[in-house]
Design a protein around this ligand. Structure first.
Ligand SMILES: [Zn+2]
Length: 275
Protein backbone atom coordinates (compact mmCIF):
# COMPACT_ATOMS: atom_id res chain seq x y z
CA UNK A 1 0.00 0.00 0.00
CA UNK A 2 2.83 2.31 0.83
CA UNK A 3 4.57 1.55 -2.50
CA UNK A 4 1.43 2.18 -4.41
CA UNK A 5 1.05 5.52 -2.70
CA UNK A 6 4.60 6.57 -3.65
CA UNK A 7 4.11 5.69 -7.33
CA UNK A 8 0.91 7.69 -7.37
CA UNK A 9 2.86 10.69 -6.08
CA UNK A 10 5.56 10.30 -8.73
CA UNK A 11 2.92 10.01 -11.45
CA UNK A 12 1.22 13.20 -10.30
CA UNK A 13 4.53 15.09 -10.23
CA UNK A 14 5.34 14.10 -13.83
CA UNK A 15 1.87 15.03 -15.00
CA UNK A 16 2.43 18.39 -13.43
CA UNK A 17 5.80 18.77 -15.17
CA UNK A 18 4.27 17.83 -18.48
CA UNK A 19 1.58 20.34 -18.02
CA UNK A 20 3.81 23.22 -16.95
CA UNK A 21 6.71 22.91 -19.42
CA UNK A 22 4.73 22.80 -22.67
CA UNK A 23 7.58 20.92 -24.44
CA UNK A 24 6.07 17.56 -24.95
CA UNK A 25 8.76 16.04 -27.28
CA UNK A 26 11.85 16.28 -25.11
CA UNK A 27 10.06 16.00 -21.91
CA UNK A 28 8.01 13.21 -23.29
CA UNK A 29 11.07 11.25 -24.28
CA UNK A 30 12.63 11.61 -20.87
CA UNK A 31 9.27 11.14 -19.18
CA UNK A 32 8.36 8.19 -21.42
CA UNK A 33 11.44 6.35 -20.18
CA UNK A 34 10.43 7.02 -16.56
CA UNK A 35 6.83 6.25 -17.32
CA UNK A 36 7.77 2.91 -18.83
CA UNK A 37 9.69 2.02 -15.70
CA UNK A 38 6.76 3.00 -13.56
CA UNK A 39 4.32 1.18 -15.79
CA UNK A 40 6.51 -1.88 -15.50
CA UNK A 41 6.62 -1.45 -11.76
CA UNK A 42 2.87 -0.95 -11.70
CA UNK A 43 2.48 -4.08 -13.79
CA UNK A 44 4.69 -6.06 -11.47
CA UNK A 45 2.87 -4.66 -8.48
CA UNK A 46 -0.44 -5.57 -10.04
CA UNK A 47 0.84 -9.08 -10.69
CA UNK A 48 2.05 -9.32 -7.11
CA UNK A 49 -1.31 -8.09 -5.90
CA UNK A 50 -3.04 -10.70 -8.01
CA UNK A 51 -0.76 -13.43 -6.69
CA UNK A 52 -1.24 -12.21 -3.14
CA UNK A 53 -4.99 -12.08 -3.66
CA UNK A 54 -4.95 -15.57 -5.16
CA UNK A 55 -2.88 -16.90 -2.26
CA UNK A 56 -5.22 -15.24 0.22
CA UNK A 57 -8.19 -16.72 -1.57
CA UNK A 58 -6.64 -20.20 -1.44
CA UNK A 59 -5.94 -19.80 2.26
CA UNK A 60 -9.51 -18.64 2.80
CA UNK A 61 -10.92 -21.64 0.97
CA UNK A 62 -8.76 -23.93 3.07
CA UNK A 63 -9.80 -22.20 6.29
CA UNK A 64 -13.41 -22.18 5.22
CA UNK A 65 -13.07 -25.84 4.38
CA UNK A 66 -11.90 -26.57 7.91
CA UNK A 67 -14.64 -24.40 9.37
CA UNK A 68 -17.15 -26.27 7.28
CA UNK A 69 -15.84 -29.62 8.52
CA UNK A 70 -16.09 -28.38 12.09
CA UNK A 71 -19.66 -27.22 11.54
CA UNK A 72 -20.51 -30.58 10.01
CA UNK A 73 -18.99 -32.33 13.01
CA UNK A 74 -21.05 -30.21 15.37
CA UNK A 75 -24.14 -30.99 13.35
CA UNK A 76 -23.22 -34.67 13.60
CA UNK A 77 -23.27 -34.33 17.37
CA UNK A 78 -26.56 -32.51 17.21
CA UNK A 79 -28.06 -35.34 15.15
CA UNK A 80 -27.61 -37.57 18.21
CA UNK A 81 -31.06 -36.31 19.25
CA UNK A 82 -33.40 -39.35 19.35
CA UNK A 83 -35.69 -37.92 16.66
CA UNK A 84 -32.80 -37.61 14.20
CA UNK A 85 -31.29 -41.03 14.82
CA UNK A 86 -31.76 -44.20 12.85
CA UNK A 87 -34.10 -46.78 14.29
CA UNK A 88 -31.31 -49.09 15.46
CA UNK A 89 -29.33 -46.32 17.20
CA UNK A 90 -32.21 -44.78 19.06
CA UNK A 91 -32.32 -45.04 22.81
CA UNK A 92 -35.82 -46.22 23.48
CA UNK A 93 -38.11 -45.71 26.42
CA UNK A 94 -39.68 -49.07 27.05
CA UNK A 95 -43.26 -49.42 28.13
CA UNK A 96 -45.52 -52.46 28.62
CA UNK A 97 -49.23 -52.70 27.97
CA UNK A 98 -50.91 -55.41 30.06
CA UNK A 99 -54.46 -56.69 29.67
CA UNK A 100 -56.19 -58.64 32.43
CA UNK A 101 -59.30 -60.82 32.70
CA UNK A 102 -59.35 -62.20 29.14
CA UNK A 103 -59.78 -63.77 26.85
CA UNK A 104 -62.96 -61.90 25.99
CA UNK A 105 -65.06 -63.38 23.16
CA UNK A 106 -65.42 -60.00 21.41
CA UNK A 107 -62.83 -57.50 22.57
CA UNK A 108 -59.73 -59.69 22.79
CA UNK A 109 -59.96 -60.28 19.05
CA UNK A 110 -60.39 -56.54 18.42
CA UNK A 111 -57.44 -55.80 20.69
CA UNK A 112 -55.28 -58.27 18.78
CA UNK A 113 -56.19 -56.49 15.55
CA UNK A 114 -55.25 -53.10 16.99
CA UNK A 115 -51.92 -54.46 18.25
CA UNK A 116 -51.17 -56.20 14.97
CA UNK A 117 -51.94 -53.07 12.98
CA UNK A 118 -49.55 -51.07 15.17
CA UNK A 119 -46.95 -53.87 15.31
CA UNK A 120 -46.97 -53.71 19.11
CA UNK A 121 -46.52 -56.65 21.50
CA UNK A 122 -48.43 -56.80 24.78
CA UNK A 123 -48.96 -59.06 27.78
CA UNK A 124 -52.28 -60.82 28.48
CA UNK A 125 -53.01 -62.15 31.98
CA UNK A 126 -55.70 -64.75 31.39
CA UNK A 127 -58.39 -66.15 33.67
CA UNK A 128 -58.73 -69.93 33.55
CA UNK A 129 -62.52 -69.66 33.61
CA UNK A 130 -62.48 -67.46 30.47
CA UNK A 131 -60.16 -69.74 28.54
CA UNK A 132 -62.70 -72.53 28.40
CA UNK A 133 -64.68 -72.11 25.18
CA UNK A 134 -62.20 -69.59 23.76
CA UNK A 135 -59.18 -71.76 23.26
CA UNK A 136 -58.55 -70.45 19.74
CA UNK A 137 -58.15 -66.95 21.12
CA UNK A 138 -55.46 -68.11 23.53
CA UNK A 139 -53.59 -69.78 20.69
CA UNK A 140 -53.91 -66.64 18.59
CA UNK A 141 -52.52 -64.44 21.38
CA UNK A 142 -49.44 -66.67 21.59
CA UNK A 143 -49.04 -67.03 17.83
CA UNK A 144 -49.02 -63.27 17.38
CA UNK A 145 -46.03 -62.93 19.68
CA UNK A 146 -47.70 -61.62 22.82
CA UNK A 147 -46.76 -62.81 26.29
CA UNK A 148 -49.33 -64.79 28.27
CA UNK A 149 -49.52 -64.67 32.05
CA UNK A 150 -51.71 -66.21 34.74
CA UNK A 151 -54.52 -64.29 36.47
CA UNK A 152 -55.90 -67.25 38.51
CA UNK A 153 -58.82 -69.41 37.48
CA UNK A 154 -61.75 -67.64 39.15
CA UNK A 155 -60.35 -64.13 39.68
CA UNK A 156 -59.80 -64.78 43.36
CA UNK A 157 -57.91 -62.85 45.98
CA UNK A 158 -54.94 -65.12 46.58
CA UNK A 159 -54.24 -63.84 50.08
CA UNK A 160 -57.75 -64.78 51.19
CA UNK A 161 -57.30 -68.46 50.33
CA UNK A 162 -55.58 -71.37 52.05
CA UNK A 163 -52.26 -72.15 50.37
CA UNK A 164 -53.52 -75.35 48.76
CA UNK A 165 -56.53 -73.65 47.19
CA UNK A 166 -54.45 -70.69 46.04
CA UNK A 167 -52.00 -73.05 44.31
CA UNK A 168 -54.88 -74.85 42.63
CA UNK A 169 -56.24 -71.58 41.21
CA UNK A 170 -52.94 -70.81 39.61
CA UNK A 171 -51.80 -74.27 38.59
CA UNK A 172 -55.04 -75.14 36.78
CA UNK A 173 -54.81 -71.96 34.75
CA UNK A 174 -51.15 -72.54 33.92
CA UNK A 175 -51.94 -76.07 32.82
CA UNK A 176 -54.64 -74.86 30.41
CA UNK A 177 -52.32 -72.25 28.90
CA UNK A 178 -49.54 -74.79 28.45
CA UNK A 179 -51.86 -77.28 26.77
CA UNK A 180 -52.96 -74.65 24.26
CA UNK A 181 -49.73 -72.86 23.55
CA UNK A 182 -47.15 -75.54 24.28
CA UNK A 183 -45.50 -73.19 26.74
CA UNK A 184 -45.99 -72.77 30.47
CA UNK A 185 -46.53 -69.37 32.07
CA UNK A 186 -43.77 -67.72 34.05
CA UNK A 187 -45.71 -64.71 35.24
CA UNK A 188 -48.74 -64.22 37.44
CA UNK A 189 -50.77 -61.11 38.06
CA UNK A 190 -52.61 -61.51 41.32
CA UNK A 191 -56.19 -60.21 41.13
CA UNK A 192 -56.64 -57.07 43.30
CA UNK A 193 -52.85 -56.77 43.52
CA UNK A 194 -52.47 -58.81 46.67
CA UNK A 195 -49.91 -61.55 46.63
CA UNK A 196 -48.75 -64.15 49.10
CA UNK A 197 -44.96 -64.26 48.82
CA UNK A 198 -44.97 -67.66 50.48
CA UNK A 199 -46.46 -69.05 47.26
CA UNK A 200 -43.50 -68.10 45.09
CA UNK A 201 -41.34 -71.03 46.14
CA UNK A 202 -44.19 -73.49 45.55
CA UNK A 203 -45.35 -72.08 42.23
CA UNK A 204 -42.16 -70.81 40.62
CA UNK A 205 -44.00 -67.85 39.11
CA UNK A 206 -43.04 -64.21 39.09
CA UNK A 207 -45.73 -61.82 40.33
CA UNK A 208 -46.22 -58.80 38.05
CA UNK A 209 -47.93 -55.71 39.43
CA UNK A 210 -48.32 -52.40 37.56
CA UNK A 211 -47.22 -48.78 37.76
CA UNK A 212 -50.17 -47.11 36.01
CA UNK A 213 -53.75 -48.15 36.69
CA UNK A 214 -55.98 -46.79 33.92
CA UNK A 215 -59.19 -47.66 35.85
CA UNK A 216 -60.57 -48.49 32.41
CA UNK A 217 -63.09 -50.94 33.90
CA UNK A 218 -64.77 -48.23 36.03
CA UNK A 219 -64.75 -45.26 33.68
CA UNK A 220 -65.06 -47.06 30.33
CA UNK A 221 -64.31 -43.61 28.96
CA UNK A 222 -61.82 -43.50 26.08
CA UNK A 223 -60.71 -39.90 26.67
CA UNK A 224 -60.05 -40.31 30.37
CA UNK A 225 -58.14 -43.58 29.87
CA UNK A 226 -55.94 -42.01 27.19
CA UNK A 227 -55.39 -38.81 29.16
CA UNK A 228 -54.50 -40.68 32.35
CA UNK A 229 -51.86 -42.77 30.58
CA UNK A 230 -50.35 -40.02 28.43
CA UNK A 231 -50.10 -37.60 31.39
CA UNK A 232 -48.47 -40.07 33.77
CA UNK A 233 -46.40 -42.35 31.58
CA UNK A 234 -42.63 -42.70 31.86
CA UNK A 235 -39.90 -45.12 30.94
CA UNK A 236 -40.42 -48.75 32.07
CA UNK A 237 -44.02 -48.21 33.13
CA UNK A 238 -46.38 -51.17 33.23
CA UNK A 239 -49.88 -50.12 32.28
CA UNK A 240 -52.88 -52.00 33.64
CA UNK A 241 -55.90 -52.37 31.35
CA UNK A 242 -58.57 -54.96 30.57
CA UNK A 243 -59.34 -56.36 27.12
CA UNK A 244 -63.00 -56.69 28.09
CA UNK A 245 -64.31 -53.31 26.91
CA UNK A 246 -64.72 -51.53 23.61
CA UNK A 247 -63.52 -48.32 25.26
CA UNK A 248 -60.25 -50.01 26.22
CA UNK A 249 -59.69 -51.21 22.65
CA UNK A 250 -60.26 -47.68 21.31
CA UNK A 251 -58.12 -46.11 24.04
CA UNK A 252 -55.29 -48.56 23.36
CA UNK A 253 -55.23 -47.57 19.70
CA UNK A 254 -54.85 -43.90 20.61
CA UNK A 255 -52.36 -44.52 23.41
CA UNK A 256 -50.09 -46.48 21.08
CA UNK A 257 -50.19 -43.78 18.44
CA UNK A 258 -49.52 -40.94 20.90
CA UNK A 259 -46.74 -42.68 22.81
CA UNK A 260 -45.00 -43.97 19.71
CA UNK A 261 -44.78 -40.35 18.57
CA UNK A 262 -43.08 -39.53 21.89
CA UNK A 263 -40.44 -42.20 21.29
CA UNK A 264 -41.81 -44.98 23.48
CA UNK A 265 -41.23 -48.59 22.47
CA UNK A 266 -43.89 -51.10 23.44
CA UNK A 267 -42.57 -54.38 24.80
CA UNK A 268 -43.85 -57.40 26.69
CA UNK A 269 -43.66 -57.09 30.45
CA UNK A 270 -40.63 -59.38 30.86
CA UNK A 271 -38.50 -56.88 28.92
CA UNK A 272 -39.41 -54.10 31.33
CA UNK A 273 -38.73 -56.27 34.36
CA UNK A 274 -35.43 -57.86 33.38
CA UNK A 275 -33.65 -55.98 30.56
ZN1 LIG B 1 -58.45 -58.88 37.02
Amino acid sequence: MRHFYRIQVIWNKQADIKYRNGKPAGRQRINMSGWKKQRWLLGMLGLLCCLAALYGRTQKIETDGKAEVQVLNREDTETAHPENMEEGERETKKIALTFDDGPHPVYTEQMLEVLEEAQVPATFFLLGQNIEGHEELVKEIAEKGHLIGNHTFHHVQITGLPKEKACEEIEETSQLIEELTGKGTEYVRPPFGTWNEGLESSLDLIPVMWTIDTLDWTTQNVDSIVEHVVKNVGENDIILMHDSYKSTVQATERIISLLKAEGFEFVTVDEVLFD
